[in-house]
Ligand binder design. Structure first.
Ligand SMILES: NC(=O)c1ccc[n+]([C@@H]2O[C@H](COP(=O)([O-])OP(=O)(O)OC[C@H]3O[C@@H](n4cnc5c(N)ncnc54)[C@H](O)[C@@H]3O)[C@@H](O)[C@H]2O)c1
Length: 325
């Protein structure tokens, strides 16, 4: 390309990827994550900003890349997500605009939170912390050793439902803890179990599937009933994978030992929801991917992809390779 591109970057960018992008293009860096109140551009706002900056590359995380944005003469769009669902890819393709994505950027981050939730549930970490803070170490006349005994994770079986980027990053961590790890994924050659067999064998069931018509609600009353007594259920993927009412019933009946959840439908769990008062449930507000490493990873993936595109290559993370033919 003759002219040096100008990139508007509204995603958080850091590390090697930021350095490379600055070598490839003039960069206007204004990440959404440093804005308070929250600033997510709709398509009209983003189009206006791109025009104002005179940019021909745009790199976003959550801003909407649709409609008027794709009427602009863009050289490339970078979406710092595994699934670039904030981009109208069909419209970009129709206009010949390459779209880059960032697969697996947060796999290690989510896997680490999965392990954190599993330990927190299994060892009652949050409950124990509360007892200390409330001066209730000897709650109800017991000593902590009486209330906090648990089976160790080493030697137990973990069943992973979904063996994609996060599932794989979770598998080696749990194996490293001494767990036997089994997996169900109809699309992964190295998955070991049917869903029914996995549920019957696993002491820990951990969700790592994407949401599709096939996986939506895949863990419902019948699946909770099939799990071993006292099993721990962890979902750092999406709440849509399970039936929340059935999860509550399984916990209330005592058949399920506990749950760790990082996502709620609509991103919100009402404060009077039954899960809120269960001491064997640990709740986090969709923070699985929230690491600086995630930002460094997506920066590198997008900058590497852009470098290849500008050099006439076809990057692996190009969503619409047909624009190059
Ligand atoms: N908590 C967070 O902050 C956070 C961050 C990133 C991803 N996620 C979620 O984690 C999940 C996994 O993400 P990923 O990056 O590993 O995605 P991925 O696309 O790499 O993996 C998803 C896997 O699900 C499998 N799958 C499809 N249908 C299935 C079925 N019927 N049963 C079992 N497995 C099935 C696919 O074959 C694939 O291997 C997704 O739901 C994603 O939305 C959460």
């Amino acid at each position: 390309m003759a002219d040096r591109p100008k990139a508007l970057v509204t995603a958080p960018f850091r590390g090697e990827g930021l350095d490379k992008l600055e070598q490839l293009a003039d960069v206007v860096y204004d990440p959404w994550i440093e804005q308070q109140p929250l600033r997510i551009y709709n398509s009209a706002q983003l189009a206006e900003r791109i025009e104002r900056e005179g940019a021909n590359v745009v790199v976003v995380e959550s801003d909407s890349v649709k409609g008027p944005v794709l009427d602009l003469p863009l050289v490339a769009v970078g979406s710092c997500r595994g699934d670039p669902n904030n981009v109208d890819v069909a419209a970009a393709t129709a206009r010949g605009i390459p779209v880059l994505r960032a697969p697996g950027r947060n796999a290690d981050a989510v896997a680490e939170l999965t392990v954190a939730l599993l330990f927190a549930v299994n060892r009652g970490v949050v409950r124990a912390d509360r007892d200390v803070r409330e001066g209730e170490i000897y709650r109800d006349g017991t000593i902590p050793y009486q209330r906090f005994r648990a089976w160790q994770l080493a030697g137990r079986t973990a069943g992973l439902v979904g063996l994609g980027a996060v599932g794989r990053a979770t598998r080696w961590r749990l194996e490293g803890l001494g767990m036997r790890v089994i997996a169900h994924d109809p699309y992964a050659d190295d998955a070991t179990h049917s869903l029914d067999d996995l549920l019957a064998e696993a002491d820990v069931v951990s969700m790592h599937a994407m949401v599709t018509p096939e996986t939506q609600g895949m863990i419902s009353a019948a699946q909770f009933a099939r799990m071993k007594d006292d099993a721990v259920y962890v979902n750092t993927a999406r709440a849509m994978l399970h039936d929340t009412d059935a999860l509550v019933r399984a916990l209330e009946s005592g058949t399920l030992g506990g749950a760790g959840l990082d996502h709620f439908e609509g991103e919100h769990l009402p404060t009077d929801h039954p899960l809120q008062s269960m001491s064997n449930v640990v709740l986090t507000p969709h923070i699985g991917g929230a690491t600086y490493d995630t930002e460094a990873n997506h920066s590198k993936l997008i900058a590497d992809g852009l470098e290849q595109l500008l050099g006439g290559g076809k990057p692996d993370n190009l969503v619409n390779p047909e624009v190059l033919s």
